[in-house]
Design a protein. Structure first.
Length: 299
């Protein structure tokens, strides 16, 4: 059951990437992020309200949101800051880069998390893990080569650097998740950090985007923005639920979930008609095989 749920989560996460790309076409990035987070809050608010005022209805279930102390709230605020940093870089990059280039690069995030764990926590890599990291890094480099064929220079194109920074900060978020998930309820993490994201993005939208909105790309509401939230919230929920089932393995679930990159890749290839697809397919296979090696090394 948990294996099936992992694949469902992967497809939903890949679809989330597609709706991000659709939402960002000729649209302002900051309000798109803000509105999508607000929609996520609307989905999650009932669980928080019921848990707070009618706890008996949800207590003992995976939907229950337990109370946390002030120190824990500060940790969730930090989680929101890290994730938003990654999202801001990723959204701006995805708007200006081909999705068949940006999404696979972002999919290398688990590898950077492994590298970070090695550097920060002193974890040692076995043969499979080392091979997985090496293959993914080579594929990562090859994506920059493909980018040059499309006029995207690593030296001069800031959006390429944005997707790299999004990937690295996303890896940092993964390392922080490792700390949080071992100590706090997963539903608490998902609900509270989402609400803190809304507050932070509200401030950014009000004070950074709003004063200059007439000089930049205007914001247009699209239903795709709502689907960003729908697919992300459901994907995350299924992901956490799969991990809660007996016998589930986080190494397997996480690896399968990242394979969802195939969905935006096909969207870029067949709908957006992105260039150099054959070369990108080879690089994408390198990333997927690299993550598979990481999985075998984690067993």
């Amino acid at each position: 059951m948990w294996l099936f749920l992992a694949f469902i989560s992967a497809v939903l996460l890949g679809s989330y990437e597609v709706f991000k790309k659709v939402s960002l076409e000729d649209n302002a990035v900051i309000p798109v992020i803000f509105v999508s987070i607000l929609v996520s809050c609307i989905f999650l608010a009932p669980f928080l309200i019921i848990s707070e005022f009618f706890p008996a209805m949800l207590q003992g279930s995976i939907f229950f949101v337990p109370r946390v102390d002030f120190h824990t709230h500060l940790l969730f605020v930090l989680k929101a800051v890290i994730v938003l940093t990654s999202w801001l870089f990723a959204y701006f990059a995805l708007k200006h880069l081909p999705i068949s280039l940006a999404s696979p690069i972002k999919a290398t995030q688990p590898v950077w998390t492994v590298v970070g764990a090695m550097l920060i926590f002193g974890e040692k890599l076995n043969g499979f893990q080392a091979a997985g990291v090496g293959l993914t890094l080579v594929s990562f480099f090859m994506f920059s080569v493909v980018g040059k064929k499309e006029g995207i220079s690593l030296k001069t194109n800031k959006w390429f650097w944005f997707i790299i920074l999004a990937t690295l900060t996303g890896a940092l978020s993964g390392l922080y998740d490792k700390y949080l998930m071992n100590r706090y309820d997963t539903m608490s993490v998902q609900v509270y950090y989402t609400f803190y994201q809304a507050i932070i993005m509200g401030i950014i939208t009000l004070f950074l985007w709003s004063p200059t909105r007439k000089k930049t790309t205007p914001f247009k509401f699209k239903w795709a923005i709502v689907f960003i939230s729908v697919f992300l919230v459901i994907s995350d929920f299924i992901y956490f639920y799969a991990l809660s089932l007996p016998g589930s393995m986080i190494s397997v679930v996480s690896t399968i979930r990242r394979s969802g990159v195939i969905v935006p890749f096909f969207y870029g290839a067949f709908i957006m008609r992105d260039k150099n697809i054959k070369l990108k397919v080879v690089d994408l296979l390198g990333v997927l095989v690299g993550m598979l090696l990481l999985y075998f090394g984690s067993k």
